[in-house]
Design a protein around this ligand. Sequence first.
Ligand code: GCO
Length: 468
Amino acid sequence: MSEMKFDKDFFWGAATSSYQIEGAAYRDGGGRSVWDMLARQPGKIANGDSGETACDHYHHYKDDVALMSEIGLQAYRFSISWPRVLPDGTGKVNQQGMDFYSRLVDELLEKDITPWVTLFHWDFPYALFCRGGWLNRDSADWFADYTALMVDKLSDRVSQWSTLNEPQCFIDLGHYDGTHAPGLKLGLSEVLLAAHNALRAHGKSVQVIRANARIQPHISVAQANKISIPESEHPDDIEAARQHMFSVREKHLFSNSWFSDPMILGQYPEEGVSLFAAEMPEIVEGDLECINQKLDYFATNIYSGVHVRAGKDDGFEVVEKNDLPVTQMGWPVTPEALYWGPKFIHQRYQLPIVITENGMANDDVVENGKVHDKQRIEYLYQYIGEYSRAIKDGVPALGYFLWSMMDNFEWAEGYNKRFGIVHVDYQTQQRILKYSAHWYKALIASHRSGALKDPATSIVDDQAIEAV
Ligand code: GCO
């Protein structure tokens, strides 16, 4: 691989989310979320796990920020638990919850780590679910009011805001497929209505941030993008992959353009509108204007891609590959996703890119107090290298967040899947920096010193780690 190149201002971060790490869900006055509700239903989550304790970050946040600082993170992406600050989703504020996030922000700033706040990463207030959740048109206003509360509390210190994390997942997996909270299997018309309201919530939230933030805000929404990788660099395959990536030809909502187009281009993709003709929700006058708010960049979570080539009938066909290495999640390792993803997204939406999540789950083991996760280093090395190639090709990009800062509650998979660069012992809450954390530290340090060498895969033995 050729030498990596990132601008001087390019930043390196890591990400987590509230329900996955905080624990202490109903402590200090917090309310329940739909994930607490799902976790109580037998068989929904591997091993009957729940986020009740998780990494107990609520109590360990200072130590965790100290680890971030030790790694040299320049930014930390975390989310706010809506029911922790508003136990009923609206109305009465839980001051202790608010203060927790305020202290977390202070701690980060003291260590020179930029806080990136995601307002909603799936822990929807249970009380609002009982009022219809995202199916209720008022949900957009509930979210706007909650946004106003957080902007009032944090925007004297926070400038980076994301509204929703992966609407594709909480809408499609949560309301259609039923594997994620709230665990519903609704008809397509209800799912489309929930998606429309979530989009309106996004639009209203952006407006609230712009109107009220005390320091200049930068706003995004973190998408779950499915990446299409051309099978070859032949222009026909490239075009086929590009079309495939933004096509809406299947009757579900795990779609890129269904969410990004209205937010950024101001309309639903036509292909989807005809496909869903019988199920489309009512679009009230002004809705699309509300959804279509200026964003500062395109934030996207990228893990994997599918290979696509030009096909005879409908322009493209997916190439099944059974020989790719897979992660502990069973997801294929396809580093080129971090080349083609940013490239296609930038072409269509004309916004600078931020990777808000990328990383892998691995069967990590602790041996003599160390976690030798060389598969993760290899994965990161390859993906980051491809990202750098996209940047060299002219795609503007601001930064990269590794998923995840620490092992955590992997939703329906419970604690089985370890995504962290920091290992967490869930019995003792002890943290160990994995080899990948040392590798990342070396990469960040060399970039900051202006001499990003090829961080190579050589930093996997004890001696090299100790030399970092
Ligand atoms: C995601 C989620 C994360 C997951 C990660 C691995 O945005 O899907 O943001 O919460 O843990 O992606 O599945």
